[in-house]
Design a protein around this ligand. Structure first.
Ligand SMILES: Nc1ncnc2c1ncn2[C@@H]1O[C@H](COP(=O)(O)OP(=O)(O)OP(=O)(O)O)[C@@H](O)[C@H]1O
Ligand SMILES: [Mg+2]
Length: 324
């Protein structure tokens, strides 16, 4: 058994529209080891969900997808075929941003928690599946789980619903758990509780995790390593501590400067940090470095595509600047 659970090399996704093609992912490489938790961070629209959806066969019908290589659990997979769809719900589970998209308002929580297990454990009887569901529901912090199994989703608060969704994902005992912005729809207190549940699960389950977020803070809390994406391209990756404390790519630095420190005293005279300029139009991507248009350190070489530089310890970044 190899140490690598998932590997995708040179992933490209584009959407053909009226007269032009939007290049959403451009040469994305991603590797997740068994038991490892990887964070995918970047601004809105950078293509984070597209990476997750490509792994699960959830891209829209007009998507064109290609990769030099994709393999999951030791088997080569063709991302452009139905194979990723087959992995969904058995080998790979996903926690979406909005728990209501994953829950059916017409059925009780218990019925849905039983139903989700059917594909994974087709021969198991209903009573056993119900008992498993109840135990996992209690495990993710839903009190009075036995009674709550009979409730409908609208009877749960947002934070509780997200716990149910996490329970759903765990019940299929996936090899890979993808959490796409798992806390964005929640308020700060509930967010902290859900992060705590995910954190506990990380320590308990052997599953690998891919955590998609625009928040470096969340990634730091839940992940071993991080991939920083900008406009559909990986600009930096490496162990989370190294990337956070010694970011090499100007975009990673800018992103970290924009993070709000929840523990800092509020100073109304201080403007919130932003990255000036806009993300390039995916239908008109510039030649050379993709971040050059907004980069404070750009120079003439940035008209050409930057090299991928290895820093050591697994950290690498794509930039003409040799980081100090
Ligand atoms: N079916 C589609 N046709 C054309 N463009 C699409 C389609 N689906 C997504 N896109 C585009 O792909 C880009 C990347 O979207 P994606 O949802 O992956 O970004 P993201 O990083 O997850 O953003 P967010 O943080 O807002 O969730 C966006 O510019 C989006 O408009
Ligand atoms: Mg997204």
């Amino acid at each position: 058994m190899t140490d690598t659970l998932l590997t995708i090399e040179n992933l490209n996704v584009s959407y053909r529209g009226d007269g032009n093609t939007a290049h959403i992912l451009n040469g994305v490489d991603i590797t997740i080891r068994r038991g490892q938790s990887v964070g995918l961070v970047g601004e809105s629209g950078s293509g984070k969900s597209t990476v997750a959806f490509a792994m699960l066969g959830l891209l829209a019908g007009n998507a064109e997808i290609s990769a030099d290589r994709a393999a999951f659990d030791g088997h080569d997979t063709n991302l452009a075929s139905d194979e990723p769809t087959a992995l969904r719900g058995t080998e790979i589970a996903m926690i979406f941003q909005d728990p209501m998209t994953a829950l059916n308002p017409m059925f009780t929580i218990g019925a849905q928690l039983v139903d989700i297990q059917r594909r994974r454990f087709p021969k198991e009887n209903r009573r056993k599946l119900w008992a498993r569901a109840e135990a996992v529901l209690a495990d993710v912090g839903v009190q009075d789980a036995a009674d709550r199994m009979h409730c409908y989703p609208h009877e749960f608060s947002g934070g509780m619903r997200q716990r149910v969704v996490i329970a759903m994902a765990l019940l299929v005992e996936p090899k890979l758990l993808i959490a796409d912005e798992p806390t964005t729809a929640l308020d700060a207190t509930i967010e902290a509780q859900v992060v705590e549940v995910l954190h506990r699960l990380r320590q308990k389950t052997a599953a690998s995790m891919l955590v998609v977020s625009h928040s470096m803070g969340l990634i730091a809390e839940l992940c071993d390593s991080v991939i920083v994406m900008y406009a559909g391209t990986v600009v930096e990756s490496g162990p989370v501590g190294d990337v956070l404390h010694r970011p090499r790519h100007p975009y990673t630095r800018a992103l970290l400067d924009c993070e709000i420190d929840p523990y800092a005293a509020f100073d109304p005279s201080q403007d919130l940090a932003t990255i000036p300029g806009n993300v390039p139009d995916p239908a008109r991507r510039p030649e050379g470095c993709i971040f050059a248009g907004r980069c404070p350190s750009r120079h003439y070489r940035c008209r050409e595509r930057p090299p991928r530089r290895q820093v050591g310890g697994g950290q690498s970044y794509s930039c003409w600047l040799e980081a100090a």
